[in-house]
Write a protein that binds this ligand. Sequence first.
Ligand code: BTX
Length: 325
Amino acid sequence: ITVTHKLAKRLIEAEGEALSGQQLADEFGISRTAVWKHIKELEEMGYTIHSVKKKGYSLSGSPDSLQPAAVQALLKTRSLGREIEYVPTCASTQIIAHQLAQEGKPAGTVVLAEEQTAGRGRLARKWDSAAGKGIWMSVILRPAVVPQKAPQFTLVAAVAVVRAIEEVTGLKPEIKWPNDILIAGRKCTGILTELQSDADGIQALIIGIGLNANQDAADFPAELAGIATSLKMESGSGVSRQELVRAILYHLEVYTDLYISQGFGLLKTIWEGYSSTIGNQVRARMAKETLTGIAESITEDGVLQLRTPDGKLHSIYSADIEMAN
Ligand code: BTX
């Protein structure tokens, strides 16, 4: 990363405190004039910096940049996001993350894009990923668990994203089994967990998170009208993607650690608390059939238990869920 980005990181971390030109010059091993030039460059990038005589430079506003240095400033994680691959545009962050995982990049590596031209959902569906409006992110994990446990990570990630949205915006999202996050019944986030495994087990889990942050209704294609929403549309004001990425990574780390050390039990309870599915009459559309009944619970493996009117309990591994009442 460039000195300019390092300087941005330093100013963000100072949280509004002034840093003297001399101190910054010493820290970066450059002249005070050079510091001043980098400050000017940051201003051109959209940072608002006050320069106060004798005190130095303080930051009072920054662009909502997903540049790694800016995201990593104030990042509270141990490993998630310590390596970030940032691209202005790509087909899908999942594709890049799969490649990086195969090249041996460590667990915790994150891919962030401003725009995806072929963002994907489950079953080769499309994920609309407008430029600069959302968080289009893939996280590489390398958990020592059997491949059958992979679907649980979708549920773990959903809990992490809900917590992050609550923390940053105060909104109250709900989880629709297995992988959607809704606000007032409309989808603001989708999660896609993909797997690289061999005879030895899981090599990498690629957790894709698509979060609509700052779209207005008109930014979505017509077919998503009434289906999709963004945090901005729900809260009435723009949100900081940078802050959201930090919060998601933090909670994802906390909850995956919890999952690895304690198993799924406690997480299942937290997940059920956020679920709009459990306890309700739902319609589950699957490849071959559609079942209607009460969604009773999820199992320890994250499998949905649906009771049909004839009293039978069905295990649903994969489906699209709609409210039936
Ligand atoms: P899904 O298959 O559950 O949902 C896909 C469906 O959601 C689409 O068919 C469409 O109806 C609807 N949809 C498409 N785009 C949006 C949107 N922006 N907001 C709300 N609804 C939408 C969900 O799959 C998993 C999506 C994961 C996306 C992330 S983005 C980063 C990573 N890279 C990548 O290519 N995918 C993941």
